[in-house]
Design a protein around this ligand. Sequence first.
Ligand SMILES: NC(=[NH2+])NCCC[C@H](N)C(=O)O
Length: 419
Amino acid sequence: MKTCIDSEIGKLEGVVIHTPGSEVENMTPGYAERALYSDILNLSIALNEYSQLVGVLKKITQVFDIKKMLAEILDNRVVKMQLLREICNHEGIPGMEGALAENDASTLAGLLIEGVILERNNLTNYLSPEKFLLRPLHNLFFTRDSAMGMNGKMLIGRMANPVRERETMIMEAIFNNHPAFETDTLNPIKPIHGIPVDAKATLEGGDFQVIRDNIYVIGKGVRTSTQGIDFIIENIKRQGRGTHHIIVQELPSVPESFIHLDMVFTCLDVDTCMVYEPVVYGLSRFKTISIQIDNGKVKIDEQPNITKALKKLGIDLKPVVCGGNEDPWVQEREQWHSGANFFAFEPGKIIGYERNVHTLEELNKNGFEIFRASDIISGKVNTDNYRKCVVTIAGSELARGGGGARCMTMPVCRANVNW
Ligand SMILES: NC(=[NH2+])NCCC[C@H](N)C(=O)O
């Protein structure tokens, strides 16, 4: 499949997911914060909820599974050794690749995701407070963040936290080597010759949205830095062709539910978006900046907010308010559990958590029919028969990991949108 992401809403043709495994339980409460979770999770409940998401995705598109694809590329010895060397050097255990390589491909894929226990075989290890030699990738099921489709390329993330860095190495290896994909990767740690990259450059998929082929909205906050966005600008400048626009939304750094742009703003349809009102429109010091790149020349100015900036570019999105219009407390409660985080699988057809009832009611008032995942999976409801709908999945446990439907999906190809 050729990767092709020119919008947030075009009909989904392929999506990358990861079914949570023991890595989500492999932590104590004391480690939850370092693992970037708001709480510790129960795997069996999380899996039950997750099966609703995957069940729906399988009905509507081609689903690619990271663990399976990783095992497949690890079957190639050259790829295996290269990836293991990169991981071991990066994680401060150079030389360990030989021992790890002795595992067969599918066991190794499991170890790289679920972690490798530290053997207490010398004094340093015996006294170490760490349980793992290679830490589990607790957040891998938030596949959105470690790589992102940018038109015909896959942009590899540069994670703000070391606990997520191995995810980017795995994703780059898959996109470069798995026969299922035809794409070019763009990686901030391996820039194209001549493109400067600041050491402070960070960039995560939760902050990155392709609105139209030449319009991007990017969140700047705790996960994506100005230097990370400058890397994108430089790459666009290099292409040299036509005009591109980047709208940057500054995000508050606390609470942690504002980590990514997609926690406060997601696209739902050609004319509708979901917003967490206090951050997107509230009287705050959080700026919206518009950057125009015209045949290599960069022009920057400030805008009142995302939707006004998009309107100037010919995209007129009506905001639906997360939590409904009435009560700021309700808005805050639902935003916390990913109430603004919707994943569009076609223009006007979206997936989100069923727990955020006020947000769903607001969507319903705006013409979205509400369906349960089970009705889609059983075939009772066919979304083709509706122009606008929201498919709801259970999310009591998954939401504690800190994300929703958009965070758990990495689209690799979408059809063109009829704007
Ligand atoms: N696209 C997103 N909003 N992803 C949410 C990721 C949550 C994850 N626990 C993290 O902190 O990294």
